[in-house]
Design a protein around this ligand. Structure first.
Ligand code: CAA
Length: 389
């Protein structure tokens, strides 16, 4: 069977961010708690006219440079910031990107894990029909109540991945390790705009799931810890990944020193530190960060991935970076996007935080605000109106 995996990968985050030093100042606490304690510097805040659909379309647009590339068979949309109980957010993206009418579209949910499920399902579809392309998009906005420990871990982002046979970036290995347990560490009932979280418990469950998913992976796979040269973790905040990776290296009695262990994840953390948690997108934005910021040529290196979705479902999987991968990245575009963002004052952040989010079907027209390619122009008669900018 031919190899299957990620052929292209692109991400998007909002033009706005709040520096966590600003948050710390208003809270009268030491900024090092955020910069060092949780390992985060900035958090992305969506513009007034941005949501998971506009971010997703902006993330995926660079993958469709010509008409031929629009002929994909399936679009899998992973999110836990759903905008409708019935219609998939991906159907709006399908129109905004001009995708073909024979493309199937569906939305997947299991907290931050769902993008990994989407990638695995996409690989299975491509393995059955190697001539097809499947687009996976993960798009999320992480929002917590103000003045809670979660507030500093907010963020937003979307990532788009084209899954194909004979991919140009990452060949995904078929063996995986899974772990599922019914727990209440983080959840968002339909009537709430923000997540409810048992923060300390969630970090414990994350580590337990890592150990369990790893054990299952180790039983199923031919690869052991020392075969994996770099690691990407789900990134609620970068320090969580650091703790997780140290934990996994201990479980495996790794002989590497602490510095070498930390170096295996360092590149994957950089974008997350600047945009915050992007839930389902976070793991794969972390992978993009590793690919685009690694000093070492990653060709031929095997990467370990840990995906975690509260509630909880976890998966450990692996993949090999392919020679020439760097030619197919959007590194310059991503650097420009991140460098050109606008810093928010605390007051501007609060205004965006409280921006209208009609729940009762009010008609609203939304001011043009985003620098992205697509915007939510308004909501009329319960219909969301998306336009290209
Ligand atoms: N300088 C340096 N470090 C400092 C400091 C200072 N001045 N002040 C505090 N710190 C350190 C603390 O020592 C602590 O470090 P350790 O964890 O190594 O002990 C760290 O900063 C965090 O401080 P606290 O322990 O006081 O914790 P907190 O009140 O900031 O809350 C949290 C941390 C519970 C994780 C909170 O951010 C939270 O609830 N986040 C949302 C939930 C979450 O992200 N959970 C992660 C697992 S679940 C998941 O992954 C799914 C998902 O996406 C949500």
């Amino acid at each position: 069977m031919s190899s299957v995996g990620i052929d292209q990968i692109s991400f998007y985050t909002s033009n706005y961010y709040l520096d966590l030093q600003t948050l710390a100042k208003t809270q009268n606490i030491d900024p090092e708690k955020y910069y060092v304690g949780i390992g985060q510097e900035k958090m992305g805040m969506p513009a007034h006219d941005e949501d998971i659909v506009t971010m997703a379309a902006s993330a995926a647009a660079p993958l469709f440079s010509d008409e031929a590339s629009k002929s994909i068979s399936t679009l899998l949309f992973a999110t836990e910031t759903g905008i409708d109980q019935s219609k998939s957010a991906g159907v709006y993206v399908h129109r905004l990107l001009g995708l073909n009418e024979n493309c199937r579209v569906v939305e997947l949910k299991q907290a931050c894990y769902s993008a990994t499920a989407a990638v695995q399902m996409a690989c299975a579809l491509v393995a059955r029909q190697p001539q097809i392309s499947v687009l996976v998009i993960a798009s999320d906005i992480a929002k917590y109540d103000l003045d809670t420990p979660g507030e500093a871990t907010q963020g937003c982002g979307a990532v788009a991945m084209m899954i194909r046979a004979e991919p140009r970036i990452l060949q995904i290995d078929p063996e995986v390790g899974n772990y599922t347990e019914d727990v209440m560490d983080f959840w968002r009932p339909n009537y709430r705009k923000t997540a409810i979280v048992d923060g300390k418990y969630s970090t414990k469950i994350y580590l337990k799931s890592l150990k369990k998913a790893w054990q299952h992976f180790a039983e199923s796979s031919q690869y052991c810890f020392s075969d994996l040269e770099y690691f990407c973790y789900h990134l609620p905040f970068s320090r969580m990944a650091q703790k997780a990776h140290r934990h996994l290296s201990k479980v495996n009695k790794s002989t590497l020193d602490a510095q070498a262990i930390d170096a295996q994840i360092e590149g994957s953390l950089l974008y997350n530190k600047l945009i915050g948690n992007s839930y389902a997108a976070a793991l794969f934005i972390g992978f993009t960060s590793l690919l685009e910021n690694s000093i070492e040529d990653l060709s031929g290196k095997r990467i370990g991935f840990f995906s975690y979705g509260s509630g909880c479902v976890a998966e450990f999987f692996s993949g090999k970076v392919l020679p020439g991968y760097e030619k197919h990245l959007f590194a310059a575009e991503h650097a420009t996007m991140l460098n050109n963002r606008q810093e928010l004052s605390y007051e501007q952040y609060i205004a965006l935080y409280h921006a209208p989010d009609p729940r009762e079907g009010e008609n609203v027209s939304i001011v043009a605000d985003t620098t992205g390619k697509f915007r939510l122009a308004g909501i009329c008669e319960h219909k969301r109106e998306y336009v290209a900018v």
